[in-house]
Design a protein. Sequence first.
Length: 204
Amino acid sequence: MIESQLIPRGIKDEKVLEVFRKVPRHEFVPENMRRVAYDDSALPIGSGQTISQPYMVAVMTELLKLKGKENVLEVGTGSGYQAAILAELCRKAYSIERVPELSENAKNILARLGYKNIEFVYGDGSEGYPAGSPYDAIIVTAGCPDIPKPLTDQLAEGGRLILPVGERYFQTLTAATKEKGKLKIEKSIGCVFVPLIGKYGWQV
């Protein structure tokens, strides 16, 4: 996965690559999908949700530019794979999920793998999680019609926000840095994520 998918497609951050070597992706997919866990594709994990393709997880993680001391919010726990990646690269990760079964399953997997710096939250991710804010970095693993205002409010000055923004079935990966209370926006690659359902996302 590292040698054939990530490095050839431009992932350069050695810390990110090392974490991808360390975290066992197959632990985060259903038993019957484990033979294709490291393929270059998203995979279903139940409840209409997916684990993103390895490359997309790597791109988003690299765009966060984590140094190791950050307080990070992940919107959309899903399988828990991205949370594990974040936990290796930051001080503390908060991960919010609206599907309780997915949140509980991810919590169990990550506990089994020994992660202790992740706090799991059940709720509407489009509203963020004020109790853990301000965040040095926020990552949204679902497509947004626009940047949810609560996430902007909960982002620390100088913090980074990475999320897919656009139509329900096609988005542009967007990186935003908070400067003097406002977001400086950078557009990245096109992508397709499941929709962010919630008050500041898409309606069901």
